[in-house]
Design a protein around this ligand. Structure first.
Ligand code: NAP
Length: 477
């Protein structure tokens, strides 16, 4: 049985009634109905949560103890995944087939990946006469967005637990309910009080207070580039470490000689995954001029298979945009792209259902790479197709945005694709359809962020490094 009327925050190992009296309503984007709410916390609640986390911080906690804690958390989380999947469908409209797979199984794989890292990690190393030791970084502030609510939280809280760092967590107001269920799993796992604390409320109050808090050692933020820059600015004033996972405008580069049909179909699917609300989505498809017409036909046919509708219908592939504001943002981008001269291949801004924030899967051809649609992140089911003349032109276009999060390269052979990929300024690229890897480092170049999440690289973000210079061995008598 779900509890969507949350009135308490989780601080110092217990559910407490917060100091503030307000509630943040949570709206089902498929029905536009209020389904519940969470407390609108205050700066005082953040202070209490940070103080609890500070008390819980034990830099000498053993690795064996951390492994046991992590195993209990993953076990408790796994038991709740079916419930959490339902909640994600309610709070942000993910179709059930996405909620039960990507939205919940990827976080489980990510968590297991971190547990595996912890099993093997070498915490000490000799460098010349120094003993280099890796220690828990300290108190972590984790601020997350709404698009993959469980994944975003897991990608921060699980490595923090593995590293021995207590966390103060603030999920997005748009989709906070699944986080409460995740925190109940943490509670069931019996971690020491203060290990994980949950504070909800507006980002500009809660998030900013967390980022600026002198007792926070590391702030890990995922969200938009503008807010990430603000978080970095606030964190800089107290010289704390900042990890930023921000936006993207990733290029799917299909070079001459690639398997065009596969590359285009996979590319359309990637752009529309989770209704396009995926930071790593390949939202620009770059195709050779010589095969442009063919590519457009394949893309339009592929898009027709992306059914939009009731997220509870197992046949639905695209649910609603997660919120009214996101819905309006996406429609605005579509309307302006048409005004900018892009050619609408399929979809558009017309209303497709009376209720709910549904957007038709939309593809534009002839997109100017420097236009708004060629440059900015839409965060909806909108794909821009851009022709190129040769591979130099493709590389120039691929790199010509402020972002660098993800992407793909398709070519006649892997070596050609890899050689091209080496010159793309981005944190992650799929080569000829290489599958997602939940332990590969994930993060951005340029305005897509600072730092890496997932696997060993993500784990190391939560570790300090200390060098102990050892004396020269005494000469034997
Ligand atoms: P957002 O508006 O930047 O919000 C992200 C989080 O920051 C939310 O919890 C938000 O709280 C909080 N926040 C808002 N203003 C803040 C402030 N002044 N100081 C501190 N925290 C603040 O992003 P979003 O709309 O939730 O998510 C979409 C964006 O996230 C897209 O740009 C997408 O690319 C990016 N994203 C990046 C990745 C990645 O790994 N690189 C992954 C997913 C999403 P409230 O909204 O609750 O007020």
């Amino acid at each position: 049985m779900h509890n969507y009327d949350r009135t308490e925050l989780f601080i110092d190992g217990q559910w407490i009634t917060p100091n503030g009296t307000g509630t943040v309503e949570v709206i089902d984007p498929a029905t536009e109905e209020v389904i519940g709410g969470v407390p609108s916390g205050t700066a005082d609640d953040v202070d209490a949560a940070v103080a609890a986390a500070r008390r819980a911080f034990d830099p000498l906690v053993s690795v064996a103890e951390r492994r046991e804690r992590l195993a209990r958390v993953i076990d408790a989380m796994q038991k709740r995944l079916p419930d959490i999947a339902e909640t994600i469908t309610r709070e942000m409209g993910a179709p059930v087939r996405i909620a039960q797979s990507v939205q919940t199984q990827v976080p489980l794989a990510v968590a297991r990946g971190i547990a595996d890292v912890l099993e093997k990690f070498e915490f000490e190393e000799r460098v010349g006469n120094s003993l280099v030791v890796r220690e828990p970084y300290g108190v972590v502030a984790a601020i997350t967005p709404w698009n993959y609510p469980l994944y975003q939280v897991v990608a921060k809280v699980i490595p923090a637990i593995a590293a021995g760092c207590p966390v103060v967590l603030k999920p997005s107001n748009e989709a906070p309910l699944s986080t409460f269920e995740f925190v109940e799993a943490i509670q069931a796992a019996g971690l020491p009080p203060g290990s994980v604390n949950l504070v909800t409320g507006p980002g500009r109050v809660i998030g900013e207070h967390m980022a600026a808090h002198p007792e926070v050692d590391l702030v890990s933020f995922t969200g938009s580039t503008d807010v990430g820059a603000r978080v970095g600015e606030l964190a800089g004033k107290t010289v704390k470490k900042v990890a930023l996972e921000l936006g993207g405008k990733s290029a799917n580069v299909i070079l001459d000689g690639a398997d065009l049909a596969t590359a285009v179909k996979v590319g359309v699917g990637n752009a529309f995954l989770n209704g396009g609300q995926t930071c790593m989505a390949w939202t620009r498809m770059l195709v050779p001029q010589s095969r442009y017409a063919e590519a457009l036909d394949i893309a339009a046919a592929a898009a027709a298979r992306y059914t939009v509708g009731d997220p509870w219908d197992p046949g639905t592939r695209i649910g609603p945009s997660a919120s009214r504001s996101q819905f309006e943002t996406v429609l605005g981008y579509i309307e302006r792209a048409q005004r900018d001269g892009a050619r609408l291949l399929t979809g558009g801004a017309e209303k497709i259902r009376d209720t709910g924030y549904f957007v038709a899967p939309t593809i534009f051809a002839d997109v100017d790479p420097l236009s708004e649609l060629g440059q900015e992140e839409v965060f909806g089911p909108v794909l821009a197709i851009i022709p190129f003349t040769d591979s130099d032109d493709a590389l120039r276009i691929a790199n010509a945005t402020p972002y660098g999060l993800s992407g793909a390269v398709w070519a006649a052979d892997d070596d050609t694709a890899i050689a091209f990929a080496r010159a793309v300024q981005t944190g992650q690229l799929d080569i000829n359809g290489g599958p997602y890897n939940p332990v590969a480092p994930f993060g951005g170049y340029k305005k897509s962020g600072i730092g890496r999440e997932l696997g060993r690289y993500g784990f190391e973000e939560y570790l300090q490094t200390k060098a102990l210079q050892l004396p020269a061995p005494k000469a034997s008598a």
